[in-house]
Write a protein that binds this ligand. Sequence first.
Ligand code: PMP
Length: 444
Amino acid sequence: MTTHVFHRTPERPAIATRARGIEITDAEGKTYIDSSGGAAVSCIGHGDPRVVEAIAKQAATVEYAHTGAFTSEPAEALAERLCRSTTLPLDKVFIVGSGSEAVETAVKMARGYHLARGDEGRHRVIARRQSYHGNTLGALARGGHVARRTPFLPMMPEALLVDPCFAYRHALPGETPEAYGLRAADSLEAEILRLGPDTVSAFLAETVVGATTGAVPPVPGYFRRIREICDRYGILMISDEVMCGVNRCGPFFAIEEDGAAPDIVTLGKGMGGGYQPIAAAMCTAAVHDAYSDAGRSFVNGHTYMAHPVACAAALAVQDVIRDDGLAARVAPMGEKLRQRLESRFGNHPNVGDIRGRGLFQAIEIVADRDDKTPFAASDGMAGRIFDACRDLGLLVYPGSGTVDGIRGDHLLVAPPYNVTEAQIDTIVARLGDGVDAGLAQVGR
Ligand code: PMP
């Protein structure tokens, strides 16, 4: 069949024709368990009639009104809901259409904050070598996703990237997690001093790393130290929770568990649960008030920002999370998922690490479990296993990141918060078969 859609891959993917609950069916009639909601997007499952109704109602009321002249009822209600949902002192919400836009917004918001305070020299954003912050050139420039950056390197400003917090690969033998966390965080201070503190605007980091290395949580104390360093040099701390936020790890924002309150937080995927494209950057009153105290506007706009239908959908998704008690399910169901992964892969010779928080879990595939040797890029392990799982009727989110020259293959499992125990059993059983089938293709 010919196609006029410019697909990312040379082959046209399957056509999705129906999505309900945790399942997606294609045009051939094959049904898959969507165990990761794409890239951890689907948080309440597909096809919830309450969200569909909210979308239809808003589309029939005000489908669009430009933000130059109007706000909308769903945008106001959604922003209020988000501020109430987190225990962090975040007070204002800038609503956009994608995670990349949210990150662009966050780094511009930080720059505008310093300008409003007369700190004109502060423009640099420091991020980490193990990170993905989005696909637009500005967000890509701040990330450390080697494969996604490489084709566009000549088009981007130099990235200022410090050590990641990735204990599996970087903790020294005998080093405690706490000592490792402080060592990793202190690389930020060294970079600030190298650049000159008066030139640095913000530090940007995913709380639990998603796309580059797969559900890597920080070690205890790491983000507390990051907060101290940011405070010491007047630098804003931005937490990118586009993937790990909105209860994906349990608390509304994952960083709530780490004892450090960021100045700006981005959120995306779980905000609209896939029902509409929507994301946001939230900030403290102090960041916002710097603008209002100086009588300044935030020069940053997108045609479809705070789109009323998207806001209505996201509000309905947040209603479903609240009404169905889904946030409280994440920790216990995440624990069950983790236990099943441990019992299936805990002694697997090619699974080097099982990690994550809440319903955000991953396995890392290695050639040698004992010395953590990765597979060669040419083996394409993550992709192979993804394909094998898909043939078995399971969708997972594959990734292969390179940090400091060491590559890794991982598979992410991030089911909706209403996943059942029986579904978790099926997911892990199929993933186990998919991993073994992928490995068999390379003679393992
Ligand atoms: N930040 C993080 C942490 C992400 O995981 C992603 C998407 N994977 C983005 C930003 C970019 O979001 P989007 O693809 O919606 O632009």
